[in-house]
Design a protein around this ligand. Structure first.
Ligand code: ZN
Length: 351
């Protein structure tokens, strides 16, 4: 390029800079763990499993869109600590119907209904028959989430104070979107330039893992996924489907077990419950294979600092963050590992 054309290009871009409005703030994504407790028990005030994904740009603190993945016990309390009201959520996604991922839903929806928030998309797997003979039904869970408050008379009473509140209570506010989880990713929700895909994964019948793609970056929420082969010998405890979903992703958020709860260590933790989850080292190996930059461990079992996890004594004493980090590093993963605590947050791009 000669000097003349460089001058033209420079003049051209200055003209563009002067006329294009500055509204094109840089897109950004924030991932926050709203709860890190593993399983039904309680420990040290930890909230039940959940992840908030916020997406937007610098002009709205990356918060134009707010997507909640799972709503374990206390999710609403954690959201209040980061100034997110249930009214602001655009959609809620469920990985599966275990209480440690769902118990906070009624709390969120009762407040959204009380505040007369808009309808909300609830995205989850369609009814799934278990080999054990029962059916896991997200749709029924959502439709009946506030039945106790209808029965107690509270819904009618608060509605008598304000007729704009819907008569059926929180269930009337929901738009349930179900899908049949498949072995290939499928788009299950989208808005603007953000899309959410899902894939089948093994844990309970109907378990699904999700991926959010935005111009600012991408995140996979694995939930409690484990390998289809339910016990060793197997190549890995992680899910082959989640690995497929996570190819080239920036962040992986995943439930993690530490080997210390394994049957060979004598804690007494039930082997089937142990084997249907992913181990920290195997998660590191998966993150490495797919080229993820960040691995956020959540739903830790055992919990950090717990002498007893649920009702099983932790062999060798309480685990520290370093213990989980060491387990991940044994895989050779060289990205950033976050050993999850409630409200741990990652931003893309990093500030
Ligand atoms: Zn769980």
């Amino acid at each position: 390029m000669n000097g003349f054309s460089i001058a033209i290009v420079l003049v051209g871009s200055m003209w563009l800079a002067a006329t294009v409005p500055t509204a094109q703030a840089a897109p950004c994504l924030i991932v926050t763990l709203t709860g890190t407790q593993s399983g039904p028990s309680v420990f040290n005030g930890q909230a039940g499993a959940g992840t908030l994904v916020r997406y937007g740009d610098d002009s709205n603190d990356c918060g134009a869109m707010k997507l909640q993945f799972d709503t374990g016990r206390g999710t609403n309390m954690r959201l209040s600590q980061i100034d997110v009201s249930p009214v602001q959520l655009n959609a809620i996604f469920f990985t599966h119907m275990h209480g440690d991922h769902t118990e906070g839903f009624a709390d969120i929806m009762m407040l959204r209904w009380y505040l007369k928030g808009p309808k909300i998309d609830i995205v989850c797997s369609s009814d799934a028959a278990s080999v054990l003979g029962h059916t896991n039904s997200c749709r029924k869970f959502v439709m009946h989430v506030a039945d106790a408050f209808l029965q107690s008379g509270e819904i009618a009473e608060r509605r008598s104070e304000d007729k704009d509140r819907l008569p059926g209570g929180p269930a009337d506010l929901t738009n349930v979107i179900t899908f049949d989880p498949k072995n290939e990713p499928q788009v299950v929700w989208s808005s603007g330039d953000a899309k959410v895909s899902a894939i089948r994964s093994t844990h309970t019948a109907g378990h699904a893992s999700y991926r959010v793609d935005t111009p600012a970056g991408s995140v996979v929420i694995g939930g409690d996924a484990g390998n289809d082969v339910l016990a060793p010998p197997r190549a890995s405890s992680t899910s082959d489907q989640v690995e497929k979903l996570a190819k080239g992703v920036d962040i992986i958020v995943h439930s993690a077990f530490h080997p210390v709860l394994g049957p060979d260590r004598g804690s007494g933790f039930p082997p089937p419950s142990f084997y249907r989850q992913s181990l920290a080292t195997d998660l590191g190996a998966m993150a490495k294979r797919v080229g993820a930059k960040y691995l956020m461990l959540t739903h830790l079992a055992p919990s950090l600092g717990a002498v007893v996890h649920n009702r099983w004594k932790v062999p060798g004493g309480p685990l520290t963050e370093a213990d989980y980090r060491k387990a991940v590093e044994a895989s050779g993963f060289t990205g950033t590992t976050i050993v999850g605590t409630d409200l741990a947050t990652l931003r893309l791009p990093a500030k």
